[in-house]
Design a binder for this molecule. Structure first.
Ligand code: DLL
Length: 443
């Protein structure tokens, strides 16, 4: 039992609560095995390790920190070796392929052997137990089914523990609410922006949220602030949990929150995390914010070594109150490629979100436009107010604009323009949301 009198439940207690010393031994054993495996099976890694002169070092590795002598793997390596160049297993052993569209012309391929699918389902089962879901729950899975890893990743993990799954995907709002109500759905799985969209639409379809049996939501696949969490929790009357993952490594299930919500537990027996300075590649001291680098420790089809995720976070290796010993990462602050640099200051959309979502008279949506004025880069933040405020008149809107400009300036350290737009005019997302529009003149 924890202090909230909730029985703590683990899917794989021995591993999830393993003393650090034993966990390190397990990780080290898996690391050496993986390094040898990719060296023998992937010409790309053979060449990379040979070039860096590190192959002979594999047997000499004494602790996980020695991994820092090995070269990084970048997203561009996956693109350049598309589609099968980084596979370690023969195609005949691959039983599933997913893909993420990403921002490049070629998609990123994720592949799985039978064993990988079993591991993935077990990792997702850990996630569900950690937030108090079990075989008695009915889950509405509104992540996209198909090439995206969200749909099937959640689906098989939930079935693995005997949960009842409603495989909805996103869209068809009326049907989403009909299923929730008629079937007595207790858990919702989707992106935070879709959860927000559903919470805004709810009053059109359900007379009162208490008519639903929803109690938990597991939201991820994009950065979201704690302010957004509170908003969704209040509107849907649920307890909301964050989950992190990426297709390249496996999909959802790399890291997850427990009931203490004090960072996301990284499934370290499967993914070894490092935090580096994205500019120099140097490892940063524990607790410092930097780019997350992950290494697969237990993957057959396509293990990646020191993969540069471009996600910004920090690590904490202290044991959590829930008893789990895995390292925890802070909620992702943003991606290095979503980071806006204005007048030399680094700004993440999640910082601006944390200001906006604090005010109930604002609609919880925004768009950040980057534009050029007198050869300088500037920010314009488009925000909606609730209809009743918008209709009061220009004087009130001017006051709100000045107040928001001040608050945002105070938080991020640079002046930005705020533009109030009519309610319900900004796009609502049903998948991953896009928060930045770049209108800058390219010189
Ligand atoms: O988004 C896998 C996933 C599905 C995770 C469902 C959670 C839930 P990709 O499409 O490959 O995979 O996108 C991976 O999404 O590098 C992060 O930038 C971002 N991301 C994923 N989860 C979170 C999160 C899936 N909880 C990329 N917070 C990652 C912030 C997240 N960003």
């Amino acid at each position: 039992m924890n202090k909230k009198n909730i029985p703590v439940s683990y899917f794989e207690e021995k591993i999830e609560t393993m003393p650090h010393e034993d966990l390190n031994i397990l990780m080290l054993e898996r690391l050496k095995k993986t390094l040898k495996y990719v060296y023998q099976n992937v010409p790309f890694y053979k060449e990379k390790f040979d070039d860096a002169g590190v192959n002979a070092n594999i047997d000499l590795i004494k602790n996980m920190k020695d991994l820092q002598n090995f070269p990084f793997t970048f997203k561009s390596d996956l693109v350049n070796n598309y589609p099968f160049g980084l596979f370690s297993s023969p195609l005949t052993d691959i039983v599933r392929i997913h893909a993420s569209s990403g921002t490049t012309a070629k998609p990123i391929i994720a592949s799985y052997t039978k064993k990988d699918l079993k591991v993935w389902a077990d990792l997702m089962s850990r996630v569900f137990y950690a937030c108090g879901l079990n075989k008695n729950d009915i889950a509405q899975n509104a992540y996209g089914y198909g090439l995206f890893t969200g749909g099937l990743g959640f689906h098989y993990g939930a079935e693995n523990i005997g949960m009842t799954v409603v495989p909805m995907s996103s869209g068809f709002t009326e049907r989403q609410f009909a299923m929730m109500k008629d079937i007595g759905v207790t858990a919702l799985f989707c992106t935070p922006s879709y959860a927000l969209f559903l919470s805004e639409e709810l009053p059109k379809y359900i007379e009162d949220v208490s008519k639903l049996k929803l109690k938990k939501g597991i939201f991820g696949a994009e950065p979201w602030s704690n302010e957004l969490r509170i908003k969704i929790e209040n509107l849907l009357n649920i307890d909301a949990y964050d989950i992190y993952g990426l297709s390249e490594l496996i999909g959802p299930g790399v890291a997850f929150e427990c009931e203490y919500k004090s960072g996301l537990h990284i499934n370290e027996d499967n993914f070894y995390p490092e935090i580096i300075d994205p500019k120099t590649g140097d490892i940063l001291p524990e607790g410092e914010l930097g780019e997350l680098v992950l290494t697969n420790l237990n993957q057959e089809a396509m293990p990646l070594i020191r993969y540069r995720t471009r996600d910004i976070t920090s690590l904490n290796r202290e044991k959590c109150k829930c008893g789990r010993t895995f390292a925890r990462m802070k909620k992702i602050k943003g991606r290095t490629d979503d980071m806006i640099i204005i007048k030399g200051v680094n700004v993440f959309p999640s910082q601006i979100e944390s200001v906006i979502f604090d005010f109930d008279f604002l609609e919880p949506v925004y768009m950040i436009e980057l534009y050029t004025d007198n050869l300088l880069d500037r920010i314009n933040i488009l925000i909606e107010t609730k209809a009743e405020i918008y209709n009061i008149g220009d004087k009130k809107l001017d006051e709100i604009t000045s107040m928001l400009q001040y608050k945002i300036h105070e938080l991020i350290g640079i002046k930005s323009k705020v533009t109030i737009v009519p309610p319900k005019t900004l796009e609502r997302s049903q998948g991953k949301s896009k928060r930045i529009k770049d209108l800058r003149k390219k010189l």
